[in-house]
Design a protein around this ligand. Structure first.
Ligand SMILES: Cc1cc2nc3c(=O)[nH]c(=O)nc-3n(C[C@H](O)[C@H](O)[C@H](O)COP(=O)(O)OP(=O)(O)OC[C@H]3O[C@@H](n4cnc5c(N)ncnc54)[C@H](O)[C@@H]3O)c2cc1C
Length: 406
């Protein structure tokens, strides 16, 4: 049997959230091990690469800056200045109502910065492996967890054994650590999937992120840097997340490229001219999920291990970074024991209300975006119009969207 290793923090999962948590704790001086059975794919072309992008909102960007990673990401980030919500829910997919939420109304900074997930992994793995207090173990998963009042004992899939004071579960929506800790979940299914891919378009995006509502779920275009194709010409480009009911996604996947391009151009209400597909299509199941508890003995759940939301308003990973920031603040203040029970209880109390509010709000937005009946689509349009016209409500919505507290 291998010798047991003493560490401060074990991070289960090396997705974007797990890598961020591991960097944050190691950079703060905690001896940190991060393990993930799936070696990270750090380029765009490899099959299986995560072609989604993440729009980091202001508080998330500030946190990435604080833990020393933002300087590596900034050269690749596309600033987002305006969020445009368009209703195209009439008889034909034409824009009926469009409203802009301009970050200049509440801040002198963009409301967010968009980055491809595969590139985040590349930069984060490089930063993590350079930290002396960090030990990243790709290709190795969490196999067994046993906790006591004073420590957690973790066995990895390669037989290595660790004794940690805190286990951070960042191992995704089917979290092995959450299961080992006996924490259940509440899951809502929508029968919906998201297609994620990249496009180019002749009309520039002007740093506007555009969410178009019709039926089945939103169609969202988030600005990317110009994309240079095989012909050497750079064209305006956006990341697209297109949510639809499962059978419709299967039909769309079965189309050949020209047919698919015609359908997505129509669904985009022709706002950017004809869209050209410049990546593979990737498909993501959509659910809402919350863990019954955020903590157990020596264990803290973060990110999708704790909460999953449909990709609307760029909330998922931004909530996850708020989890990690809160946990790190408490651990830095307590220094001697980052997994003590009172600290974990404070973490759960600090995050509970924000998570419940956002999961509930995004569930409602998603259901509104999915409606098929014409009468309900008209009601949705009138509600959007009414909300937008009340300045204080719009301001609060923007601040909440940005992740501001209170
Ligand atoms: C289409 C789409 C678009 C999105 N866009 C945005 C956006 O713009 N902004 C935003 O904030 N959020 C967005 N999100 C949400 C965001 O992508 C997720 O919140 C985020 O990727 C989840 O990160 P995670 O690290 O928790 O989970 P994952 O990425 O699932 O990572 C979990 C990791 O745990 C590992 N793992 C599994 N089992 C084990 C084990 N036994 N031991 C150790 N490790 C294990 C897995 O291999 C995996 O690498 C989007 C989501 C979707 C579906």
């Amino acid at each position: 049997m291998s010798e047991i290793e003493d560490i401060d923090v074990f991070v289960s999962g090396g997705g974007v959230a797990g890598l961020t948590a591991a960097i944050a704790f190691a950079q703060a001086g905690f001896r940190t091990v991060c393990a993930d059975p799936a070696p990270p794919i750090t380029d765009r072309e490899t099959v299986g690469a995560d072609l989604r992008t993440t729009a980091f909102l202001q508080p998330a960007q500030a946190f990435l800056d604080r833990i020393g990673i933002w300087d590596h990401l900034a050269p690749h980030a596309m600033p987002l200045q305006i969020m445009r919500i368009v209703d195209a829910g009439g008889e034909t997919p034409e824009p009926r109502v469009a409203h802009d939420f301009n970050s200049a109304d509440i801040s002198d900074k963009p409301f967010g910065w968009n980055l491809p997930n595969w590139l985040l992994r590349r930069e984060m793995v490089a930063a993590l492996t350079a930290l002396p207090m960090a030990d990243f173990r790709p290709g190795v998963g969490t196999a067994h967890l046993l906790t006591r009042e004073t420590e957690a004992r973790v066995t990895l899939s390669d037989g290595a054994r660790l004794r940690a004071r805190l286990v951070v579960a960042a191992d995704g929506r089917n979290s092995a650590v959450r299961e080992a800790a006996g924490i259940g979940v509440r899951t809502l299914r929508y029968g919906q999937k998201a297609l994620a891919f990249a496009v180019t378009h002749p009309i520039p995006h002007d740093n506007v992120s555009t969410e178009i509502h019709r039926s089945g779920g939103p169609f969202t275009l988030v600005p990317l840097p110009d994309f240079t194709g095989a012909d050497g010409i750079a064209r305006p480009s956006s990341a697209v997340v297109w949510m639809e009911r499962g059978p419709e996604v299967r039909r769309l996947q079965g189309l050949d490229t020209p047919e698919f391009e015609a359908e997505m151009t129509a669904r985009s209400a022709h706002l950017f001219g004809p869209l050209t597909l410049v990546s593979r299509l990737t498909v993501w199941p959509i659910i809402s999920q919350t863990a019954h508890e955020l903590v157990a003995e020596r264990v803290a759940l973060v990110a999708e291990a704790a909460h999953v939301v449909p990709p609307i308003g760029a909330q998922g990973l931004n909530m996850s970074l708020a989890d990690i920031r809160t946990l790190l603040d408490l651990a830095e203040a307590a220094r001697d024991d980052p997994g003590a029970q009172p600290l974990l209880r404070r973490y759960a109390r600090a995050r509970h209300a924000d998570i419940v509010a956002r999961v509930t709000g995004i569930d409602a937005l998603n259901r509104a975006s999915m409606v098929e009946a014409q009468g309900l689509r008209d009601m949705r349009m009138r509600a959007l119009d009414a909300i937008y016209r009340v300045t204080p409500v719009r301001r609060v919505l923007m601040q909440t969207g940005l992740g501001a507290r209170g």
